[in-house]
Design a protein around this ligand. Structure first.
Ligand code: DLL
Length: 433
């Protein structure tokens, strides 16, 4: 199913012609209306008409989160405030948030982009969709909400939390689509089990649209198995628009960009060099149609790779692999680089534990220590494993083999770790405190 079939299946030439036209318009607009960009473009020797081909994109300097912070709150807006009709902010936990604004036209473009991705998962007017993202400054809930309405779904805007009530409504309303973070979906699945609800019999869920945080293959399979639905992923970030940048279709093999609205590049995070298509690195995004807050070459800090091959669904827009991790989530433990997702993968391969875990990093003297707390996935295991150390050792050895790192592993009781209604926080790095 397509929302805008003509553009979603357009030829590469057509997509690139549109990108070039829109890039030129955006560069001219920011040059005229955003002092920071005018300064940057002048420094780079690019005037308001300096873009002749798509290759010229590489001459434009990167934009980073700090730029938005320094221009807090509205210094990078390209339209007068009287044209701004919505303000969101990033979920940053320290200091001032990064603020983003939308005109009426921006909201319409945003919901169209997201509507395409919703339709790509097979969701349509016959569906009832429960939005279990938190409504507020976070872009997740509103981003999905208006797009679901555009597609014709009946929307249940319950927001995050109150998990038993979520399940009651899902059952009573016959909800078919769940929208949340993947970790909240796992929590909902666990609560459903506790309440004795059986997918298929008591719940009619068939598709989950998840996003806002990484979702490993193990996590996806866990949700699909426990909720009896297909779990698709959506990617986005508030600085660039929110959700609606890329998402999976029914094939579940990579996330399609809306390339007529966003140009993706992948760079080497250390040197800033643009990498050949297909290589893994940091995703950089340029928004082509945003009015209130145009953004050029934004460094997302998310690691992925581009997939240029056409998809079986018929969409021609480039895909990206699911995000492998955030650069600033990478931990350096005694000189070894570790992403929490790598630990998660190892834990997923151990039958007796998971899916909830917590990583605590401390420093004793000059030595970094990593402790992994992971739940036994069944309370009866406590009795079966008379020597829990044996299982702890097995996990420790597996981590040493895969990551070359010595960690300490502590098994904790089934369902004893903290659960999350939004984005999960799995790492506590006490070295930074
Ligand atoms: O999380 C936007 C969003 C909401 C996307 C709902 C999809 C669904 P922020 O709060 O600004 O915006 O956080 C953006 O979250 O840079 C990634 O590190 C992470 N992220 C978002 N989606 C995914 C995903 C929203 N599918 C930051 N996989 C991004 C992995 C994701 N990480």
């Amino acid at each position: 199913m397509f929302f805008e079939p003509e553009i979603e299946t357009a030829s590469r030439d057509r997509i690139e012609a549109l990108q070039l036209k829109r890039l030129r318009e955006t560069v001219r607009r920011v040059y005229e209306h955003v002092p920071m960009y005018r300064g940057r473009l002048d420094e780079a020797g690019i005037g308001p008409d300096g873009i002749r081909s798509l290759d010229d994109l590489r001459r434009i300097p990167f934009t980073v989160k700090e730029d938005l912070r320094q221009n807090y709150p509205f210094g990078m807006f390209a339209t007068p405030m009287r044209d701004v009709v919505r303000i969101h902010a990033s979920s940053g936990t320290t200091g001032k948030p990064t603020v983003v604004g939308y005109t009426k036209e921006d909201l319409s473009t945003w919901s169209t982009c997201m509507a395409r991705l919703i339709t790509a998962t097979g969701v349509g007017p016959d569906d009832i969709a429960q939005v279990a993202f938190g409504y507020g400054l976070f872009t997740g809930a509103f981003g999905l909400h208006y797009a679901l309405e555009k597609v014709g779904c009946a929307v249940v805007p319950i927001s995050a939390g109150n998990t038993e009530k979520q399940l009651m409504l899902m059952q009573d309303f016959g909800v078919t689509v769940l929208i949340s973070t993947p970790s909240y979906a796992q929590y909902i699945a666990e609560t459903a089990q506790k309440m004795g609800l059986v997918p298929g019999r008591d719940l009619k869920l068939r598709v989950g649209l998840f996003g806002g945080e990484a979702c490993s293959d193990a996590m996806r399979q866990d949700i699909e198995r426990r909720m009896g639905m297909i779990a698709t992923q959506n990617y986005g970030l508030s600085e660039v628009v929110g959700p609606g940048i890329s998402g999976e279709c029914e094939c579940q093999s990579g996330l399609h960009f809306n390339e007529d609205h966003f140009i993706p590049e992948v760079i080497d995070p250390d040197t800033g060099r643009v990498l050949p298509v297909g290589e893994k690195g940091e995703l950089v995004l340029t928004a082509l149609t945003k009015q209130a807050l145009p953004i050029l070459r934004y460094r997302t800090k998310d690691l992925t790779r581009l997939i240029p091959e056409p998809c079986a669904c018929g969409r021609t827009h480039m895909r990206m692999e699911k995000v492998l991790g955030r650069i600033d989530d990478m931990l350096i433990i005694r000189g070894v680089n570790v992403f929490p997702s790598q630990i998660e993968e190892v834990l997923a391969s151990v039958e007796e534990v998971g899916p909830n875990y917590e990583i605590v990093v401390t420093r004793e003297g000059y030595l970094d220590r990593m402790q992994i707390k992971v739940e036994l996935n069944d309370s009866s295991l406590l009795e079966r494993f008379s020597h829990l150390e044996e299982l702890e050792n097995r996990i420790r050895q597996r981590i040493r083999t895969v990551l070359g790192l010595d960690v300490s592993v502590r098994l904790v009781e089934h369902q004893s770790l903290k659960r999350f209604e939004g984005k999960a926080k799995r790492v506590t790095d006490l070295r930074k405190l």
